[in-house]
Design a protein around this ligand. Structure first.
Ligand code: GLU
Length: 477
């Protein structure tokens, strides 16, 4: 039988890294086992669901390369089916109509709080007679449908990540609400735990992989599966992603949506690679830098850790830079060009643009570094403090001599010529080579750091920018 996995996001916000990582683990396992990865948008909460969030989730998954099989399913198209299942549960005595008002629930909560008890419904309407129900309805009271949960049962399942999980019926908060409030004999809109079971069964989901915050929902859902005589899927609960303080990564951590990472210049490949390592790890001798297909080959749900996974920026940055290094320079050049276009910077020639891309390929961590690091090649940079301090007698002399040589002969400086010029000026004027090189660095970049000097010089020389920049230093005192 084919494995069928799914992501079931609620479109109530931008695609969050936690949801994306859940999608990734589902996708990897489906891929690894030649199964299917399906997508269901859980959009029945009409107050909070928004089509722009659905769009954002779909775009984010596509961007990460987590494409899904078959048509996506919108849960909102299945509401009538969910209601018919609720009716069946009512008919079979697994569920009942409960008229406890909001006010009464509040009172119950307060009483429980006073006694130091956790919130739990007291199932007061579990055994109403037909007459009592009719009477409540005639009085105009609203009702929800509750599913009976017996306190004295134990719900057990073998979780692929956590091993055996046991949950006591009495810790599930009393009889579970299946639908929102309604009046008369109507059934209000079905709620998550009911809809998810009905839809996972309909989609023939074999493996449910989701965050550990759903563990108690799983216990409740197993009861619904059993009542409906549905085949149980295999459950896996992934660890939470934690911030540096060890708390659940939340909106307060400022960067949490996949869009944020995209905007900061992380490559989708690197994001997916990093997210896989949030809870799963490669074999000790394997390279951590892998693409999705490589990860899928080795991925096992049973190898996922139970403990929360700490989000580590340094590691993400390292992974991103490694993926940038691995890119074909032509592909990277296309990305560079987009960043340059936004700044209205034009490469002198395509060859020049490619060479500049090649030069910077190893030094950019995130794509957004492209702007800062390319800037000196397009606009004359200011000279920073360290640069100014450095420009004293010997460095000025270095630059003067180079300037003379460059003007004497109309030469194109390639890397060999550049090296020769540096050697010549240092020898003939008894200047340390380091001084000559650093002087050129200040002239070209306005500071004492930057990419490979001789390669850069070749690029500056293409437009005689080398001469202009040296001249600028000689003109400043
Ligand atoms: N809509 C639920 C959520 O976004 C789905 C959880 C599940 O995978 O069952 O949390």
């Amino acid at each position: 039988m084919e494995n069928r996995l799914r992501l079931a996001p609620s479109p109530t916000g931008l695609l969050h890294i936690g949801t994306a990582r859940t999608a990734l683990f589902n996708w990897l396992y489906a891929k690894k086992t030649n199964g299917k990865f399906l997508l269901r948008i859980e959009d029945t909460d009409t107050n909070r669901s928004k089509s722009e969030f659905t769009e954002n989730i779909l775009n984010g998954l596509n961007w990460l390369g987590l494409t899904w099989d078959d048509d996506l399913i919108r849960q909102s198209t299945r509401i009538e089916i969910h209601k018919s299942v609720i009716n069946k549960l009512l008919d079979q005595g697994f569920a009942y109509r409960c008229f406890t008002s909001e006010e009464e629930i509040k009172e119950l909560r307060e009483e429980q709080k006073l006694n130091g008890l956790p919130p739990k419904h007291d199932n007061r309407h579990r055994s109403l007679t037909k007459e009592e129900i009719d009477k409540f309805i005639a009085e105009g009271r609203s009702s929800v449908i509750r599913f009976k949960i017996n306190d004295d049962q134990e719900i057990t399942w073998e979780d692929q990540i956590r091993g055996e999980i046991k949950w006591r019926g009495k810790d599930l908060g009393g009889d579970m609400v299946l639908s929102r409030r309604s009046f008369g004999y109507d059934i209000g809109s079905p709620l998550y735990n009911l809809a998810v079971v009905v839809d996972d069964n309909f989609m023939e989901i074999t493996h449910v992989v989701r965050g550990e915050d759903h563990i108690s929902n799983t216990a409740k859902q197993i009861l619904i599966y059993k009542a409906l005589n549905y085949k149980l899927p295999i459950f896996s609960h992934t660890p939470l992603i934690l911030n540096s303080e060890g708390k659940k990564l939340s909106k307060r951590d400022s960067v949490t949506s996949i869009d944020d990472f995209k905007k900061m210049g992380y490559l989708p490949k690197a994001m997916a690679n990093y997210m896989a390592l949030l809870g799963w790890s490669v074999k000790p001798d394997d390279n951590e830098i892998q693409n999705l297909d490589e990860i899928a080959k080795n991925f096992e749900l049973t190898d996922v850790n139970k403990a929360g996974a700490k989000f580590n920026w340094e590691k993400l940055n390292w992974i991103n830079s490694q993926h940038i290094k691995k890119m074909q320079v032509n592909d990277l050049y296309e990305i560079f060009k987009k960043y340059w276009q936004e700044k209205a910077w034009k490469p002198h020639t395509n060859k020049w643009g490619l060479e500049l891309t090649n030069l910077l390929q190893d030094s950019i961590t995130v794509l957004n570094d492209i702007v800062d690091q390319s800037a000196p090649f397009f606009v004359m940079p200011n000279i920073d403090n360290d640069g100014e301090v450095f420009l004293e007698e010997n460095s000025k002399l270095s630059l003067e001599k180079i300037y003379e040589l460059l003007n004497q002969e109309d030469i194109h400086v390639n890397t060999t010529v550049a090296k020769n010029l540096i050697d010549k000026v240092s020898l003939e004027n008894s200047l340390k080579k380091g001084i000559v090189m650093r002087s050129l660095r200040v002239a070209f970049f306005g500071c004492l750091s930057g990419p490979d000097l001789v390669k850069s010089w070749e690029l500056f020389s293409a437009n005689k920018d080398d001469i202009k920049r040296i001249q600028r230093c000689l003109d400043t005192n």
